[in-house]
Design a protein around this ligand. Structure first.
Ligand code: ZN
Length: 418
């Protein structure tokens, strides 16, 4: 990953580190609130009957007004041509370079099931598999057992004990599970045990670093115990583990920018990513209108709100152009409630593009605007992909620049030098 870096952004990792310390030196306290609204998978490509993207086709008078008054553009979460996952894309929009702030697979899985990872925890993704009487894998996914069966087996796995380490086992979907190890001196540098092919035995969980010896030993003991308690189960009579990763220890957003931070998100994965950067996660309902209610109710409690709308991405993934359009329109209808609160700066964007034509995430730059009373408006008149190309933020803004600009627009950064 690191070798990609020079091609993706102009600034080096070291320079980015400096950016955080510079921000920390320059932050000012004031009453101006910042809202970062992420419509997941917002970006699209032409797909409608009249050759428009979902955002272009949606009737969005409120967002159009803000785009007209604000500065517009398109951002790139990771880099040119790179299709991002939602985890790293979110980190980028939060201002954390995802090539530097990497999240291990196990940690992502833990976020996905809303497992409350503590500092020092090591998480891994597991797969139930089928082995023959000699221990050779015959099916790496145990016939994709139903999730209900998975939950029963996880219940059995919870009886496995390893001295000195607390273990947590949670079902994910079908044959997938989460293992979390908690204890002193754990480390994620452990080799995966999935041999990636049937006809082979599961691999040993070897420590890739001397600091991970204790963890590797505990994992080995857990696997031995698991093999024993699963031996009579069929077809899921064994498991493999991969993506061992420790909960990252990053500078929280509140320390970087001197703001109290809250997340309003309905889906576990996004609550989890928000927790990784130290945000408080607010209780909210499942509908996007509920999330706006929460924003109104908690407005006085925080300086910075991350507001997440998931169904735009789900509709894109489902290839449902019309549904994606209608969700964008539902968001637009709520915008006056937000503006009545009087934000100092507002970002509206996506974490990545999910064109419904492609039914998947894509590399296309993501439409974005920053609105404030002191921004310098550009010529963009409506919020849409093609219109935003001509905006002042440019057609390929590194996503990590969005928050610094919003903070400046909220008057939260003082002058550098005399
Ligand atoms: Zn996403």
């Amino acid at each position: 990953m690191v070798s990609l870096r020079p091609y993706l952004f102009q600034r080096s990792v070291e320079e980015k580190k400096m950016d955080f310390s510079l921000a920390q030196q320059l932050t000012l306290k004031n009453d101006s609130k910042v809202v970062l609204m992420i419509l997941d998978g917002l970006g699209g490509i032409p797909g409608g009957p009249d050759g428009k993207t979902e955002l272009e086709a949606a009737s969005t008078p409120n967002l159009d007004t803000l785009a007209r008054e604000g500065i517009c553009g398109l951002h790139q979460p990771i880099g040119t041509g790179i299709t991002p996952g939602s985890g790293p894309a979110h980190l980028a929009v939060f201002g954390y370079d995802p090539l530097k702030y990497e999240v291990g697979r196990g940690v992502l899985e833990a976020l996905g099931v809303n497992f409350d990872l503590k500092d020092g925890d090591v998480a891994a993704r597991g797969n139930f598999c089928t082995v023959d009487s000699n221990g050779f894998i015959t099916d790496r996914r145990a016939g994709r057992i139903p999730t209900t069966k998975n939950a029963e087996l996880c219940e059995i796995l919870r009886t496995v004990k390893v001295p000195g380490v607390e273990l947590f086992v949670e079902p994910i979907k079908e044959h997938r599970l989460l293992l979390v190890l908690r204890g002193e001196g754990l480390n994620g540098a452990v080799e995966e045990t999935d041999p990636q092919a049937a006809g082979k035995k599961p691999l040993e969980p070897v420590a890739l670093d001397p600091a991970a010896e204790k963890t590797a030993k505990a994992v080995k003991q857990f696997i031995a115990g698991a093999a024993e308690v699963l031996s009579s189960a069929s077809p899921a009579n064994m498991l493999t583990l991969r993506g061992f990763a420790r909960k990252p220890d990053w500078p929280p957003l509140r320390n970087v920018w001197g703001v109290t931070t809250a997340a309003i998100a309905a889906y576990p994965m996004y609550k989890g990513v928000a927790k990784l950067v130290g945000m408080d996660v607010l209780d909210t309902g499942t509908e996007l209108e509920d999330e706006f209610d929460t924003l109104v109710e908690r407005w006085n409690d925080y300086d910075f709100f991350y507001f997440h709308v998931k169904p735009t991405d789900s509709a894109g993934e489902d290839g449902d152009y019309d549904r994606k359009v209608s969700i964008i329109e539902r968001v637009d209808k709520q915008i006056p409630r937000l503006m009545k609160l009087g934000p100092g700066a507002l970002i509206v964007t996506g974490d990545h593009s999910t064109p419904s034509v492609m039914k998947a995430h894509s590399w296309h730059p993501v439409p974005a605007f920053i609105w404030s009373k002191i921004c310098r408006p550009d010529a963009v008149q409506v919020f849409g992909e093609r219109a935003c190309v001509a905006g002042a933020l440019g057609p390929r803004l590194p996503a990590i620049d969005l928050i610094p600009l919003a903070m400046a627009n909220a008057g939260r950064l003082e002058k550098f030098g005399a």
